[in-house]
Design a protein around this ligand. Structure first.
Ligand SMILES: *Cc1c(COP(=O)(O)O)cnc(C)c1O
Length: 492
């Protein structure tokens, strides 16, 4: 299966490319991205056959349905990275929190956030493709806190790939920052910037299209790629756990095969939600996808009114920083799938030029057939965390936003919900400590201990070890100095 461009073709780039090409060069004509030309479809027999097949077998069969041009041995090795998750037989536990609310825990990998679900196998696949072609790649990752650690972890000491990770200084938790700045490998560079995540992301986007920068890379014989969710190599691994979570409920006899469910996704760049959208389109019995946001509620407005409006808005820092995002990259792939490339190009250029676009009533109807949305402010989030803790469930502030959407978005309360937990409590411990004790704790380490004591849980060693690791990455710069820093790293 080939991949085509969301904003159409400019006459320079090829009109259709393979999976491996799409992951090496994720940017397409007119600033668009690549999307599958068509989607595979799965029938009940496929789902039935995978109820007990295990995560890796399901993943392999989904990748095969997309006809990815990657050697089987590479896929096997990439998927074997799930063996290092907490439970090698079940990398994604799905647990019942309330009667009809199940939480799919996507954070049991090395960096304790859901980014590992895709980035662990993606790192292996990308490095192998680059080696096979004898090419060198630079990955520029802009992170709001979880992509960075996961990208550094997966590419650390891998051949033919270097990683530069940009994070908003002060915009991440202590744990997230430590996960990045303690990473020490020759092929990794971490840069803090004075600004927010959207600044980091737009700096990355402009670097990806900068000709002078491209020139400098050429001299170093390095090509650019990306590890954020504009890269379809991430999205493909994010369709799998939606299918798996559904099948887990079947396996646990919580639903019957074919019974429709709601998926409820805490969203920022919409990669996770897009994976759910593709799963639905490929035949997973999903009634509707509920999009949860924090006070940065652009997506809620978009899904409820059809207006994507970035005029007069700026990022509001919240207790769920991985969702402090205004320009949600993967909405573009939904528009492309529902409305086609021509219309997507018009809408996206309106967004670039006027910071605004509006769907027609007919277009909005198509979006609302699949999605509903709500947002959860920080105060409500604290209350949801406390309420869940009282029934014995510890969750992060991103996951908490789903609990609000669960309360407000369901039209049919006889339908069960799968909500996604995108990070472990350990990554945002001061917020959780405050929610369950009412006390403000400013430092992660104290908060971790407080929660561990209160909830009778242990702090995983991946987290506790961070506080005594040496700081290897010390660069923090202004936006305009990013290019210079990266070139110095490449020439080192
Ligand atoms: C990245 C992230 C999100 C947002 O996911 P998208 O795919 O960008 O919508 C939500 N929660 C956490 C903890 C994350 O790390």
């Amino acid at each position: 299966m080939n991949f085509i461009e969301t904003r159409g073709n400019d006459g320079q780039k090829p009109t259709s490319i393979t999976f491996s090409q799409a992951i090496l060069s994720p940017m397409s004509s007119f600033g668009g991205v690549y999307s599958p030309e068509s989607l595979p479809s799965f029938d009940e027999a496929f789902f039935q056959a995978h109820v007990n097949s295990g995560y890796k077998t399901l993943a392999k069969d989904v990748l095969a349905a997309f006809e990815v041009d990657i050697d089987e041995s590479v896929i096997d090795e990439a998927l074997s990275l799930y063996d290092a998750f907490d439970d090698s037989t079940n990398p994604v536990p799905v647990v019942k929190v309330y009667d009809d609310l199940y939480v799919s825990e996507l954070y049991h990998g090395p960096t304790r956030a859901f980014k590992d679900m895709a980035l662990q196998p993606f790192g292996k696949v990308l490095s192998s493709v680059a080696q096979a072609r004898n090419e060198k790649y630079l990955i520029l990752a802009a992170t709001s806190g979880d992509t960075g650690p996961a990208a550094l972890e997966t590419f650390k000491n891998r051949d033919n790939v270097q990683v530069v990770c940009l994070y908003p200084d002060g915009g991440t938790s202590d744990v997230q920052r430590l996960q990045m700045v303690t990473e020490d490998a020759n092929n990794l560079k971490v840069i803090g910037i004075h600004g927010d995540f959207d600044d980091a992301q737009s700096a990355l986007k402009s670097l990806l299209t900068s000709e002078t920068f491209a020139e400098a890379l050429k001299e170093n014989d390095v090509s650019l790629s990306a590890a954020n969710s504009v890269n379809f190599g991430r999205i493909i691994f994010q369709t799998i756990y939606h299918i798996y979570s559904y099948l887990e409920l079947v396996r646990q006899s919580s639903i019957e095969m074919g019974e429709k469910v709601y998926l409820n996704v805490p969203s920022g760049n919409f990669g996770n939600a897009l994976g759910g959208y593709y799963a639905l389109k490929m035949g997973l019995p999903v009634k509707q996808i509920h999009i949860a946001s924090n006070n940065n509620n652009v997506l809620t407005e978009f899904i409820t009114t059809g207006k994507y409006d970035l005029r007069d808005v700026s990022v509001i820092p919240t207790t769920s920083p991985a969702m402090d995002i205004l320009k949600s990259s993967n909405i573009e792939r939904v528009l492309f799938d529902l409305l086609g490339a021509e219309r997507t190009k018009v809408l996206m250029s309106q967004l670039d030029d006027n910071k605004f676009y509006e769907l027609t009533a007919a277009e909005l109807k198509k979006v609302q057939a699949i999605f509903a949305a709500d947002f959860c402010n920080d105060e409500e989030g604290l209350a949801y965390i406390k309420q869940a803790f009282e029934v014995g469930y510890l969750m992060c502030p991103h996951t908490a936003t789903c609990f609000k959407a669960y309360d407000t978005c369901r039209e049919d309360t006889s339908i069960k919900t799968i909500a996604y937990s995108t990070a472990e409590w350990t990554k945002f411990s001061p917020v959780i400590a405050q929610a369950i004790t009412g006390e403000k704790v400013s430092n992660d380490q104290a908060a971790l201990e407080m929660i561990a004591d209160r909830a009778k849980v242990t702090i995983p060693t991946q987290i506790s070890a961070l506080f005594s690791k040496p700081i290897a990455q010390k660069t923090v710069v202004d936006k305009q100095d990013i290019e210079k820093e990266i070139l110095a790293f490449l020439n080192a």
